[in-house]
Design a binder for this molecule. Structure first.
Ligand SMILES: Nc1ncnc2c1ncn2[C@@H]1O[C@H](COP(=O)(O)OP(=O)(O)OP(=O)(O)O)[C@@H](O)[C@H]1O
Ligand SMILES: [Mg+2]
Length: 595
């Protein structure tokens, strides 16, 4: 079963895939509760037999020995059923965890990538770790206990009333008082905040890597292989966290266990002794009443903290369902073949969210195959948004984007991935060797291909200068390399992919001029014989491109070649260009002045 198709909301809806486990665990746990009550009552009568005599049970006369064997059997059976119910619930919990993880990651791999970026590390982390873990714990521990917590007190109450209705009334009165008291005790059960937060932040690191990697992963494969690696890391952290959780909840449990059966026991003892002395109660029923009432209060306890836990788990379930509700990218089954790599934007409107303003309004332009088009404009104009629509990070709100005359929604995702590569504004490297980081772009690439690509990307010499060459680890999130070096590695990846269309969202700033020069060379190599859309921040690099499209306020304002655009009176491009030149000159004079 798939949680994706679950229309119902909330905790009980999300655990339906493992309903059969839960039902069995609950039934067996309830049975164990009833058996333990029967065991307590029977124990009292067996104690009575120490003085001699027999018990008449449904017409059978039982001596001490037979009664003892029967008692032992009931006790063992009660334990076995309890154990078995937990085995079943844990099996269900593991299965649920697996189903949820698979469903969520599969779903994340199918929704527009833009959503993942906007959801952010925080939300995805919460869902994949905390929320799934929470539901695991709910199914594993809470469901069997819930059944027992409801059935055992009821069975105890029935037993107590059968033994002596007066003691039954006493127990009910005390329980009501006890329940009110417990509400206060529950208030400060959360004391290990600090530790919890620290372990949280450790997990954060892994997850941030996971989420940041997603754009890279999604550009290169459908997610299955690369996701596994992150899933494994997450699972490891989860296990650690679970162990930690287990150890801290014990003192809380002990405190509560000590606290609650006491009053009931005390009241039943005092009243029982009173009835015993005035001759209205026998010894064996008295003992039975004591045992049963203790068990009753004990069994009621979990209900208190469970309500808290159920609330938390419900919130977790809802967060998971919210992610599962994000519609997947529309995928047509037409599998149309792309004839050429012309790119056409036709009347494209786009909003990130329904309530937002348009990020793009009525965008029309064409990029002819094997030409270079530059997108320029002020920050926030919509350039990156245009770029992200081409590999379908988001789908257009209206209008259409065509490659080779075919709507990109009608191109199957693998073909689209094989057609378009994307170099991001932010680069991301896995915590792996440089060689693996580069080769992930193309699983068929040989070492020779990789080295060729790195040479073209102007990064080969640098890599060779490292102590371990291509086997050097990229370090945590690639922090061992400068921004420019990282970017050249990303360019090497793109060269290795060798797709006919390249979308470049250039970084706004480069680390240093030396890097900049090399990056320009690297990009030139990447762009050779390709259809290119480049978002350029340094206008000098795009003077010679085939077409410049100027964006402002979500719209295309100007279109043409460098020289044409400069002739527009009060044109945006002309203004950008003159500012750019001034900045360059300022730089030269400034440096000259220092000399
Ligand atoms: N994920 C997002 N969710 C909502 N709004 C967004 C998102 N990304 C961008 N926007 C908005 O869309 C508009 C266009 O942003 P975009 O990133 O395309 O600008 P840009 O031209 O690339 O700017 P820059 O030169 O700074 O990179 C902006 O108003 C921005 O705030
Ligand atoms: Mg941008």
């Amino acid at each position: 079963m798939n949680t994706k198709n679950t229309k119902k909301r909330g905790l009980w809806a999300i655990i339906t895939p493992v309903n059969s486990y839960i039902r069995w665990a609950m039934v067996i746990s309830a049975l164990s509760g009833i058996l333990s009550v029967i065991g307590f009552v029977f124990l009292a009568y067996v104690i009575g037999l120490v003085m001699g005599g027999t018990i008449n049970l449904f017409g059978f006369e039982l001596g001490f020995k037979e009664a003892l064997i029967l008692l032992a059997s009931i006790t063992i059976l009660s334990f076995l059923t309890k154990f078995y119910s937990f085995v079943i619930s844990h099996l269900g919990a593991f299965k649920l965890e697996q189903i949820l993880r698979t469903d969520i990651t599969t779903h994340l791999a199918q929704i527009p990538l833009g959503h993942i970026i906007t959801l952010g590390t925080g939300a995805i982390k919460k869902v994949l770790l905390d929320d799934v873990k929470n539901l695991h714990a709910f199914v594993a521990d809470t469901t069997p206990m819930l059944a027992k917590a409801i059935v055992a007190p009821l069975a105890s109450m029935v037993a107590l009333f059968v033994i002596d209705y007066r003691l039954g009334l006493v127990a009910i009165a005390i329980l009501l008082v006890g329940a009110v008291l417990m509400k206060f005790v529950m208030k400060d059960s959360v004391s290990h905040r600090e530790n919890y937060e620290q372990s949280q932040s450790e997990i954060n690191k892994a997850v941030i890597e996971f989420v940041q990697a997603m754009p890279v992963v999604r550009t290169f494969d459908d997610g299955t292989t690369s996701f596994k690696r992150y899933n494994d890391a997450l699972a490891k952290y989860r296990t650690n966290l679970k162990a930690w959780f287990g150890s801290t909840s014990t003192p809380a449990k002990i405190a509560m266990t000590v606290l609650s059966p006491m009053p009931t026991l005390l009241a039943v003892t005092i009243m029982g002794l009173f009835f015993l002395m005035n001759g209205t109660l026998e010894f064996a029923p008295f003992i039975a009443a004591l045992l049963v009432s203790t068990g009753m209060a004990d069994a009621l306890m979990p209900l208190m903290w469970m309500s808290n836990f159920v609330k938390k788990s419900s919130a977790a379930a809802i967060r998971i369902q919210e992610i599962m509700d994000i519609p997947v990218l529309y995928n047509s089954n037409t599998h149309k073949k792309i004839q050429n790599t012309n790119i056409l934007f036709k009347n494209v409107d786009f909003k990130y969210n329904e309530k937002d303003n348009y990020a793009l309004k009525n965008i029309n332009f064409e990029v002819k195959a094997n030409t270079v088009t530059a997108l320029v404009g002020p920050s926030g104009a919509g350039k990156s948004t245009v770029a992200k629509l081409i590999p379908r990070f988001w789908d257009v709100t209206s209008g259409s984007i065509k490659i080779g005359g075919i709507d990109i929604k009608d191109i199957d995702s693998q073909t689209l991935m094989d057609t378009v590569s994307f170099v991001f504004q932010d680069t991301f490297l896995f915590n792996d060797t440089l060689s693996n980081n580069i080769k992930m772009a193309n699983e068929n690439a040989t070492d020779k291909d990789m080295i060729e690509a790195c040479k073209a990307a102007q990064i080969h010499d640098f890599i060779l200068s490292l102590p371990n060459g291509y086997e050097t680890m990229a370090g945590d999130r690639g922090t061992n390399l400068s921004g420019g070096q990282k970017q050249r590695i990303t360019i090497a990846r793109a060269i290795l992919r060798n797709t006919p269309i390249v979308v470049l969202d250039e970084a706004t700033a480069f680390a240093d001029p030396e890097n900049e020069e090399e990056i320009i060379k690297a990009l030139a190599n990447l762009m050779k014989n390709k259809t290119v859309i480049v978002i350029a921040h340094r206008l000098s690099t795009i003077k010679d491109v085939d077409q410049i499209i100027v964006f402002d306020n979500a719209e295309v304002q100007e279109k043409g070649k460098h020289q044409e655009l400069l002739t527009i009176q009060n044109g945006i491009y002309a203004k950008l260009w003159s500012n750019y030149e001034k900045a360059q000159n300022w730089d030269i004079h400034h440096i000259g002045g220092i000399k």
